[in-house]
Ligand binder design. Structure first.
Ligand SMILES: Cc1cc2nc3c(=O)[nH]c(=O)nc-3n(C[C@H](O)[C@H](O)[C@H](O)COP(=O)(O)OP(=O)(O)OC[C@H]3O[C@@H](n4cnc5c(N)ncnc54)[C@H](O)[C@@H]3O)c2cc1C
Length: 405
């Protein structure tokens, strides 16, 4: 029966958003014995093609919950990634094998983001401590001294949920963040990226390709990311081309033909434009309301760090929230989550993603050559390569966060 304000019950934790961050947070709290209500505006786990790269420490964390193995079984173990010049095939090749003493998962995993949702959602639905409600949207909330009153809508009219804690894991367009009046400082990059998915086996045509490739080409830049049954290509409008023109089948076809010319057209399964932002909130905690994942910070996808960083937020936050809920610590412990995770988002995730994006947007052939030579010098020196990979694989950031008191 639908809750009405009169029949309103008080919950301990209300999580808004069943993306990777909300799902992981709910799982960790419930499996440690805490009841959780998780609401998701969509009717199911979102299956859009978004994150594809899982970094080693994220796999290490998920392994504790038996989730790394089924993800690995559905993905592609990716020991190397590369930056490449299309015209010559020259590349800087980074081999994550060098991290074998640092992590049991010394590779990137290429696997669709929604597969984690498909593993966690049924597990939550089977857990009597979890109230998982799809097609339920947070409309607004008010904060009181000892909790939060949220108004949600599930198609049967507005309902009220009183909660001790509210976690805003509702993504880049967060209603929770808006309700807090929190500014999302930063910028939106000028370019529109066009994601095109095709089954064409690029690896059989471009010599020495990894499963993750960032490529400079004479006509611009592109990336090729491999998933088990398809290649995901990031393309950009050509000079003088509008977004609308760039999204048309002939334009997509032309760009794919530049990458590998072939007889007959490409079979393109999905085309999606997206804008890229770099933004972060000033505070992660506002009393009993806490932000995590894309609701708190968003970055360029180059380097694959948004979802991974959000999952790292979820682990850090729920560690602390569990202690507070059990009465083992005061609520000020949640401030430590903010102190540990915000600088990492700012200095490690946003800045690295920005550097990766800027590097690949470089158009000047001379500067590209110089950059490639620098990246090759790092990749070919075991000490520098290890340092680079500890950082780009997000291990460094987690270690730095753990040092913050
Ligand atoms: C093309 C692309 C490629 C990417 N590649 C990578 C990658 O390789 N690696 C990586 O780490 N990251 C990558 N990212 C980023 C990654 O997709 C996001 O960082 C990640 O989805 C953030 O997870 P989240 O749970 O914070 O938010 P989301 O996944 O956005 O989930 C938020 C959820 O909240 C729900 N919601 C919103 N408002 C409400 C409301 N009012 N009430 C109830 N529910 C609500 C939404 O429906 C949604 O399901 C990529 C992103 C894009 C666009």
């Amino acid at each position: 029966m639908a809750n009405s304000p009169a029949s309103n019950k008080r919950v301990k934790v209300l999580i808004v958003g069943a993306g990777p961050v909300g799902l992981v947070s709910a799982m960790r709290l419930a499996e440690a014995g805490q009841p959780v209500t998780l609401i998701e505006a969509g009717p199911t786990v979102n299956e859009d093609l978004r994150a594809s790269t899982w970094h080693p420490p994220t796999l290490d964390m998920l392994d504790v919950y038996g989730l790394a193995e089924p993800l690995i079984a559905q993905g592609l173990i990716t020991p190397t990634w590369q930056i490449r010049l299309h015209s010559t095939g020259e590349r800087a090749l980074f081999d994550l094998g060098i991290l074998k003493d640092e992590t049991p998962h010394p590779y990137r995993l290429q696997c669709e983001q929604y597969r984690l949702g498909h593993l966690i959602a049924p597990r939550l639905q089977a857990n009597p401590l979890v109230d998982l409600r799809f097609s339920t949207r947070l409309l607004s909330f008010e904060q009181h001294a000892d909790g939060v009153r949220a108004t949600v809508e599930d198609g049967n009219g507005p309902q009220v949920i009183d909660t001790e804690w509210l976690i805003g894991a509702d993504g880049g367009r967060s209603t929770v963040r808006d309700g807090l009046g929190a500014e999302f400082d930063g910028l939106t990059y000028p370019e529109t990226t066009i994601l095109a998915a095709t089954r064409f086996p690029f690896h059989e045509h471009l010599k020495g390709l990894s499963n993750v490739n960032y490529v400079w080409s004479d006509w611009g830049t592109y990336s090729l990311l491999r998933l088990p049954h398809l290649w995901r290509c990031s393309l950009y409008p050509e000079e003088g081309e509008t977004i609308e023109q760039a999204l048309t089948p002939p334009s997509i076809e032309r760009k794919l033909q530049y990458i590998v010319p072939k007889d007959g057209p490409y079979e393109v399964m999905e085309v999606r434009p997206y804008r890229v932002h770099q933004r972060i909130v000033k505070e992660y905690r506002y009393g009993r309301v806490v932000l995590a994942g894309d609701a708190a910070h968003i970055n360029a996808p180059s380097g694959g760090m948004g979802m991974n960083g959000g999952i790292h937020d979820a682990f850090n936050l729920t560690d602390k929230l569990l202690k507070v809920l059990r009465g083992e610590a005061g609520e000020e412990l949640i401030d430590l989550y903010a102190r540990q995770r915000r600088p990492i988002a700012l200095d490690e995730i946003l800045k690295q993603a920005d550097r990766n994006r800027t590097r690949m947007q470089e158009r000047d052939p001379e500067r590209r050559r110089k950059e490639l030579a620098q990246m090759q010098a790092i990749a070919d020196d075991p000490v520098r390569a290890k340092a680079h990979l500890l950082k780009s694989s997000m291990i460094d950031g987690l270690r730095q966060a753990a040092e913050i008191a």
